[in-house]
Design a protein around this ligand. Sequence first.
Ligand SMILES: Cc1cc2nc3c(=O)[nH]c(=O)nc-3n(C[C@H](O)[C@H](O)[C@H](O)COP(=O)(O)OP(=O)(O)OC[C@H]3O[C@@H](n4cnc5c(N)ncnc54)[C@H](O)[C@@H]3O)c2cc1C
Ligand code: SF4
Length: 530
Amino acid sequence: MTLPWNAYEAPHIVTRDREGYSDDLGTLPEGSDIDCTLARRTLDDVADWVVVGSGAAGATVACTLAEAGESVVIVEEGPWVRTREFKRDFFPALKQLWRGMGTNVAHGRSIIPYMQGRCVGGTTVINSAIAWRTPEDILAAWTERLGVDSLEKSLDPHFTFLEDALSVRPVSDQALGENSAIFGLGAARLGIESHVIHRYDTGCDASSACGNGCRTAKKQSMAITFVPRTLRAGGRIYHSAEVQRVEMLGRRAVAVLATMKGPGGPHVLRVHARKGVIVAASTVQSPNILRRSGVRSAHLGEHFQAHPGVSVAARFDQDVQLDFGSTQGFNSLELLKTHGIKLESLHLPPELAIARLPGLGAPLMDRFADYGRLAVSAVVIKSEAEGRVSERFGGDSVRFSLTKRDMERTLVGLELTTKILFAAGAREVYPGAHGMPSVLHSIDEASKWREGPTDTRAYNMVMTHLFGATRMAQRAQDGVVGTDFSVHDCKGLYVVDSGVFPTNIGVNPQHTIMALARHAAYGLLSEPSR
Ligand SMILES: Cc1cc2nc3c(=O)[nH]c(=O)nc-3n(C[C@H](O)[C@H](O)[C@H](O)COP(=O)(O)OP(=O)(O)OC[C@H]3O[C@@H](n4cnc5c(N)ncnc54)[C@H](O)[C@@H]3O)c2cc1C
Ligand code: SF4
């Protein structure tokens, strides 16, 4: 079997910025960018604030503090892979940028992979860059639950700042791609609310490869925005340095201890924090760092929540070219308020798209030969289920099972997605769920989802939005951090990543994470010595 065209020679536009990229080696202030794979001995440093993790939360809080004149050190476990090193192929990205090469799984009723970045810039380097303000009803509920001033008002200026700084804009017509256009067309024909996605983007080149790192620096990840800005404002970053624990003096956080695997290592990195330690290592890693640091709370690692997602593939008569377009371009909140479901188009490279096709051997290869005419859309579930993050055998462990109600809602989303694809002209839809027919042939057959499986083991799900395992609550008996982001009963120790979300939010979380991190930084600047 030969593919109709060489998937790796798809007609992508690759531009190079003549001025260079903001993460280019040699362009950052001397001594600000420390590669710990080169460390030959124990290192010591000191700063006002030590930030653990350089993803959405860490880079935002670090940049805000550094630009306000505070001295800041970021300690990041992963390597700094520069824009010029990103590859067209997915496999090198998996090895360099994705935590555990994308193989980490949550255990429960079924096994669900959860995806994270492990590099400078964190998950923002591999994500789809979709920017959603927190829904108003969620902010109103959080405001009441936390007993704070209106979060809608407090976060509004931060959202505005972020939208400007990270160039939030709708996907352009040129970058939309046929797959996303199909989603919009099908939704319009059914009279369903849908619209073009807004992203952190300075002019997407439509490579559909956000998961590989953006080779033209159009996606505004933290690695090319707030991390370099932090360094230009006087901060430093130690990368390839895994934080083991926060050193406590009594209940006060005084330093961060990390392991560097340089020549003759491992060596120890110790960064003393004059004002505080800010943990922003994500909702999976932060609870375990706190645990290793001696923090005890009945809520530590509990209330883990997520947006599991499941996708549906379809075959069209016309060219779709799943690997041309912004990675995600169209979405619909039609079912969000009623069913907690968000629908969206999803571009996939051939090596991932094949997993969405039915059959084995020759029939599978025949279908795969039609890669150029495949479309994919996804159902994202605002699950009510809560799981747990802990540490087992020295590694992160996540336990999580969707509830029956979550699954019943998922079926509603799958039925509507199938209808959208048929309404846009699909010849066949591939449900990809055990217990469903392997191929659906008409829009009428979409109703078969009503009798579809409610057992999560029937699906290939993945989780990309994770939160809640260091929940914010006013009182120590209800959560891990207070409304000032400081860990209850500790001094100088803060958590600012998505672990602090009091509840699930239902939309892509990066914008909320960054707005909260900036809000936290403003709080620290106004009252720095707690
Ligand atoms: C494929 C994919 C697509 C996504 N698409 C979108 C999207 O379009 N829009 C959106 O809003 N969200 C999206 N998300 C989710 C979003 O990227 C994350 O929710 C967000 O980046 C989380 O921010 P964070 O700061 O909490 O964690 P991260 O961004 O993951 O950053 C945490 C950082 O901490 C580091 N770290 C962890 N442990 C340690 C340690 N012990 N020592 C030192 N450093 C450590 C990690 O290496 C990492 O760099 C997507 C996620 C994935 C996986
Ligand atoms: S699809 Fe993603 S990786 Fe490709 S150019 Fe656009 S933003 Fe960059």
